[in-house]
Design a protein around this ligand. Sequence first.
Ligand SMILES: Nc1ncnc2c1ncn2[C@@H]1O[C@H](COP(=O)(O)OP(=O)(O)OP(=O)(O)O)[C@@H](O)[C@H]1O
Ligand SMILES: [Mg+2]
Length: 210
Amino acid sequence: VTDAPRTTLDAVSLTIGGRRLLDGLSLDLADRRIGVIGRNGSGKSLLARLLAGLIAPDQGRALVDGVDVARDRRRAIDTVGILFQNPDHQIIFPTVEEEIAFGLTQQGLGKAAARGAAHVMLDRFGARDWAARPVQTLSQGQRHLVCMMLAALDQRLIHITHDMAALAGYDRVIWLDGGAVAMDGAPEPVIAAYLARMQGLGDDDAVADL
Ligand SMILES: Nc1ncnc2c1ncn2[C@@H]1O[C@H](COP(=O)(O)OP(=O)(O)OP(=O)(O)O)[C@@H](O)[C@H]1O
Ligand SMILES: [Mg+2]
């Protein structure tokens, strides 16, 4: 068994149009199942795009096994071993099938074999007809089921969600606020603090539909 690739953010900041959208993020993303939460506009999707090499930080670096993601996206994505389960996306994988197949190519399967195995997995969950659908057209419960398929593949996961229940059993939850880490740790205390803050703000976007 080889060590999982190590993904780290080193003092990453991103400013667009004079607004600092990500503010000095330093994270070591070594855990198998990581949830990312935060209110609307807190920087979750920007973080995913950054890790996928779709945007480059203007300060700091995102590294996957020492490879700068912004410089060598292809190599980073090939090694990252992290799967974004991002409801708003089409960031990396346009369809459910590709999302699942990616996890399998990470485990060494060829592309065709991975695709075939993804179909087997979808069949097993009674979801054969989801294969060609964009993840964003699935309901929240259906996306949750896709996460369970990925978990069945023992795939590493960064799961960006507003659905706190989906993060039960995760190793770690990162709460982003204003492009910075508000709290980072075991799911229960982080989610409890987040929900308490949201209630304090009288803010309902934490449970808004995605
Ligand atoms: N290309 C861009 N240009 C300017 N501002 C942007 C750009 N992309 C994102 N932003 C801003 O950055 C902030 C963070 O956006 P992001 O999409 O990461 O939020 P989020 O946490 O994913 O929110 P949600 O929960 O609604 O999906 C928001 O204020 C957003 O308006
Ligand atoms: Mg988002």
